[in-house]
Design a protein around this ligand. Structure first.
Ligand SMILES: C[S@@+](CC[C@H](N)C(=O)[O-])C[C@H]1O[C@@H](n2cnc3c(N)ncnc32)[C@H](O)[C@@H]1O
Length: 275
């Protein structure tokens, strides 16, 4: 693993320690039976996830979404390169009483996964805050393709790259665009706290991130041999990015008085039969 990813992994080990205790993740409700999935991915995958589905969750963090898919009936495998995240995911699985055969968690760098896992899956899933940690989308899409059964479905719900370019600066001039929309060079980000707890004391504040434009996402999937069904953009966010955003009863954050800007995207693609 190169230095950039090793630095990011240190950051994520800390986040995996911090996040289960945050209100943002609300583990208590999850343990009590609530899903951590948003309505978006549940609706857009409703026709392919059932009791016979095998699902691979890439960059699963500490496993709440992976385990939520298991509660929807799927047999799931969650992978993440943070050992702390994987350890916590296994503890959470045991706490909510899901068998190891129904939900397993594997520690691996995404790019090294084909050397670690043998299986093929009906669904490869990934969501919210994932691809901007990955320098190379071509290789990412090849990994996705590698793990899909012919006829299988890839699905991603993700923070829109517009958010990756932007930061808030103040009321009059409230969005600045300091980062590139897309590019091979990493953005060096140095932020205190975490999106789940802005006040948290974090040691590894510096991270390396790669914003990927929507064209790069679609092109990488098509080049890997997948058939893209759609790429949709939404003016709502899973988290409060800017002041003025308001949370709806559905758990999505919107900007009622701001301009219409893309905040979330979803992509669904199929691996052709016979490939
Ligand atoms: C923002 S989190 C995903 C969040 C998830 N949607 C959730 O809320 O639980 C991003 C995850 O990507 C993982 N990650 C980053 N780079 C990775 C890589 N190269 N290989 C595997 N996992 C990686 C991090 O450890 C982290 O758990």
């Amino acid at each position: 693993m190169d230095d950039f990813l090793a630095t990011n992994r240190d950051h994520w080990d800390e986040m995996a320690e911090l996040h289960p205790g945050t209100e943002f993740y609300d583990v208590e409700s999850f343990v009590g039976g609530e899903t951590s999935l948003m309505d978006l991915e549940r609706e857009e995958l409703a026709d392919v996830v059932d009791d016979d589905t095998s699902l691979l969750h890439l960059q699963c963090h500490f496993g709440m979404d992976t385990l939520s898919w298991a509660r929807e009936g799927a047999t799931v495998t969650g992978i993440d390169f943070s050992s702390k995240a994987i350890e916590t995911a296994r503890e959470l699985r045991d706490e909510v009483g899901i068998d190891e055969e129904r939900a397993r968690f594997v520690e691996s760098n995404l790019y090294e996964l084909p050397a670690v896992l043998d299986d093929a899956y009906d669904v490869v899933f990934t969501s919210y805050g994932v691809i901007f940690w990955l320098p190379d989308l071509t290789r990412w899409a090849e990994v996705v393709d590698h793990f899909l059964t012919p006829g299988g479905t890839f699905y991603m719900a993700e923070i829109h790259p517009f958010f990756g370019m932007s930061e808030e600066v103040g009321e009059d001039d409230w969005i600045r665009l300091p980062y590139d929309y897309s590019g091979d060079e990493p953005m060096v980000v140095d932020e205190e706290g975490s999106y789940a707890d802005e006040e948290a004391a974090v040691q590894q504040t510096q991270t390396y991130e790669w914003n990927h434009g929507v064209g790069d996402v679609v092109t990488a999937l098509v080049d890997a041999g997948l058939e893209v069904e759609y790429l949709r953009e939404f003016q709502k966010s899973t988290y409060k990015r800017f002041d003025g955003m308001v949370e709806g009863d559905d758990g999505w954050w919107r900007l009622p008085d701001g301009p219409e800007i893309p905040m979330t995207l979803s992509v669904r693609a199929t691996k052709p039969e016979g490939n």
